[in-house]
Design a protein around this ligand. Sequence first.
Ligand SMILES: [Zn+2]
Ligand SMILES: [Zn+2]
Length: 99
Amino acid sequence: MSRPGSAGAADSRCPRCRAPVLRQWVGQIAAVHVVADLRPLTPSEQAAVREPNRLIWCLRQASPYTPARLAWTGRSHPAGCPHPHVTEHRCTTEPTTLF
Ligand SMILES: [Zn+2]
Ligand SMILES: [Zn+2]
């Protein structure tokens, strides 16, 4: 399965659930370390996952050959932004120790 943007080398996999994620420091002054899912969210999915402790990130990639960059989606973020939007990765497959 090929995935656009995989040449950027900034992405990796979650050690727990093996989902493809993008790890990145975002911000100029007070950078935060972000582990983002690579799957773009639909507008309704964004509304569903948006909560105080879970941010939506704007995934900006100038071309398939450059690494993707995460950008804040704050108040100044355009509503009609053409970029895919992703959210913080959360493992959906918890390690199962009980049988
Ligand atoms: Zn955006
Ligand atoms: Zn995970």
